[in-house]
Design a protein around this ligand. Structure first.
Ligand code: ADP
Ligand code: MG
Length: 620
């Protein structure tokens, strides 16, 4: 026998979808407050969210509205289905309060701004009381207790109190990230957990919530889809993707494609297993996005998903390509006190506060001598490099010259104070090379830190960027071989590689088919070693055969350049003169991303003098 379900059962089924977990309930209630125009929201929760209270200073509801607020499909936010495509609110389904009240005890007290009294409605597991008049401030207070007490099956599925609480905290962080203009006060078990005063920008709010004080800003656009992004430097990473916060039309969403867009933007800057911290706000014409594909509204569908991907990707990549964390160091306030522990394995810019007041050598003359500036052009040729000359001009300094021990080079004192950023010189050119350690690391110093630069990784990055630039501009110096370089591949590999002839030529690699199983290289970029050309062509050949028609050289070009670079550069264990080291550092200034090798490993490690001083017990 087919029967129509009773309203109670319908409500419980719906409640399962809308408030599967206490965190969903918190999200629905906070969104209601924001829809009501609240600027102050207080959240109190206990028992892993089975008890929740929300107090807001929003528009409030009149006595006649309270029963409707609890009724299913009753909403003040939309009227027509066409309104779904022009939403100005977070709620629209009119089922959150109905669902919540079906599975808990609910108390709503609300007062409209122009009304003298508040009114209250109580509801126990779907049974609502009559509305009564009561005292109270303007705004709305909603108390939910005994969540799921009447649905033991659902109660069983709740995770531990701690796990549910973590989820609630995440929802609150997301809500706060989406609404910087709202002040949030959160209490857990009667203790203040978060206090986030209203902020005027998303970046400021992101700094409050994500607990990363060095976040960078970026914006991107693709066919009308706009992205704003707050992102961490590649030095400040976490071990999973949970710190990538995505918002579409200010709704917190889960979206694999956009998450991939964020991670892709960090390509060649992160090691395997490293993830950035980022908050991404995407917005577009309401007609280009469907926000109603999921009961908890946590997923959306873009009409043009690839435009959304590009928009996000650009917003982040553009900013990362300028390596803004380097500026942050140069502009660092010397008085800034280190706020977190020193990261020993990676760049520790954040913790480099510069000379502190009790720095012993504070006399500026003395510092200048300590940190003298090299002002001679390094010879690129010595490294076998023919990269374009540095953009900046180097004017030999006429001042006193002092001999540097153990080196044939002379160092000239720089006229300007080392503490001022020299606009013409980049970060790396300003380093003073002290020497080479273990035939592997360039040891150099700035005014506030000693740096160890991995010579292989640094050169690899420079070479990689040179090749990428060549690929993009189609402009690279090519050297003809007297005899073609030949090597053998499988016949199908030869066939597929030959198809890519024009693409290889763009990289400066000229190949021919010398036989069914033989490839010949006629000419190649002068900077590349023969053996790496073979390695790169072999890499492409295997990929092509494995991926067949779906292989796209554009996508692999970064891998190819990395392979070419890796085999062509100076190795660990190779002795370098000061000139060579200085020249390498100068080249790094050509490419802002020089601080990471193409595999994402850091190119250098920095030891702030402040850390040395702490280690020596000079300061505590
Ligand atoms: P929806 O948000 O989809 O409309 P809800 O069940 O969440 O559905 O809320 C039902 C209605 O109750 C809302 O449309 C709104 O008019 C009213 N309401 C809910 N919470 C608040 C609040 N905090 N302040 C003012 N009005 C509210
Ligand atoms: Mg709602």
């Amino acid at each position: 026998m087919i029967e129509i379900l009773s309203p109670e059962v319908v409500d419980q089924i719906a409640a399962g979808e809308v408030v599967e977990r206490p965190a969903h309930l918190v999200k629905e209630l906070v969104e209601n407050s924001i829809d009501a125009g609240a600027t102050q929201i207080e959240v109190e929760f206990d028992q892993g969210g089975r008890q929740v209270k929300i107090i807001d200073d929003g528009a409030g509801m009149g006595p006649s509205e309270l029963p409707l607020a609890l009724a299913r499909h009753a909403t003040s936010k939309i009227k027509l289905s066409s309104d779904l495509w022009d939403l100005h609110s977070f709620g629209f389904r009119g089922e959150a309060l109905a669902s919540i009240s079906a599975v808990s005890k609910v108390q709503i007290r609300s007062r409209q701004k122009n009304s003298k009294t508040a009114s209250r409605i109580l509801s126990e597991f779907g049974q609502a009381s009559a509305v009564e008049s009561i005292g109270g401030e303007p705004g709305t207070t909603i108390l939910v207790e005994d969540l799921f007490a009447n649905v033991p099956a659902r109660l069983k599925f709740l995770k531990s109190e701690a796990a549910e609480s973590t989820q609630i905290k995440n929802v609150l962080r997301a809500m706060a990230l989406a609404h910087p203009q709202v002040t949030f006060r959160v209490r857990h078990k009667n203790k203040l957990l978060f206090f986030w005063p209203a902020m005027s920008t998303h970046l400021q709010r992101a700094k409050q919530i994500l607990e990363v004080d060095e976040l960078f800003w970026g914006e991107g656009e693709c066919n009308g889809i706009k992205t704003k992004a707050a992102m961490s430097s590649p030095n400040r990473t976490v071990k999973n993707s949970r710190q990538i916060w995505l918002f579409a039309q200010n709704r917190w969403i889960q979206d694999r494609s956009l998450q991939a867009a964020v991670i892709d933007a960090y390509r060649s800057l992160l090691m395997h297993g490293e993830f950035p911290v980022a908050a991404i706000w995407v917005s577009c014409d309401p007609e280009d996005i469907d926000v109603n594909i999921h009961p908890t509204k946590s997923q959306v569908k873009f009409l043009h998903p690839s435009d959304a991907f590009r928009s996000v990707n650009r917003a982040i990549r553009h900013t990362l390509e300028t390596a803004p964390w380097l500026d942050a160091v140069l502009a660092a306030d010397p008085q800034r006190i280190s706020s977190s522990s020193v990261s020993e394995s990676k760049v520790a810019y954040k913790t480099a506060p510069g000379p502190t007041t009790n720095f012993k050598f504070s006399d500026s003359e003395f510092q200048r001598t300590q940190y003298s500036q090299k002002s001679m052009m390094g010879t690129l040729q010595e490294l076998g490099l023919k990269a374009s000359p540095p953009k900046y001009e180097v004017t030999p300094s006429p001042s006193v010259e002092i001999a540097s021990a153990g080196s044939e080079e002379n160092f000239a004192l720089n006229e300007s104070s080392p503490f001022e950023v020299n606009e013409k010189k980049g970060y790396w050119s300003q380093l003073q090379v002290i020497g080479q350690a273990n035939l592997t690391y360039i040891v150099a110093q700035t005014d506030r830190a000693i740096l160890f630069v991995d010579q292989h990784a640094a050169h690899e990055r420079v070479m990689y960027e040179t090749l990428m630039r060549a690929w993009n501009s189609g402009n690279i110096e090519v050297q003809d071989y007297l005899l073609p370089l030949t090597f053998d591949l499988e016949p199908e590999e030869v066939e597929s590689v030959i198809k890519l002839q024009p693409d290889f030529e763009k990289l400066g690699v000229y190949i021919d088919e010398m036989g069914p199983q033989t490839i010949g290289v006629r000419a190649a970029p002068a900077v590349i070693k023969e053996k790496s050309i073979q390695a790169a062509i072999e890499l492409v050949a295997t990929e092509m055969v494995e991926k067949g028609g779906s292989f796209a050289l554009e996508k692999s070009i970064s891998d190819i350049c990395a392979t070419l670079a890796c085999h062509s550069v100076i190795r660990a264990g190779q002795a370098l003169s000061v000139t060579e080291m200085t020249s390498l550092l100068k080249q790094m200034d050509e490419f802002p991303l020089s601080s990471f090798c193409p595999h994402g490993r850091p190119v250098y490690v920095e030891y702030p003098f402040s850390k040395l001083e702490r280690d020596f017990g000079r300061i505590v």
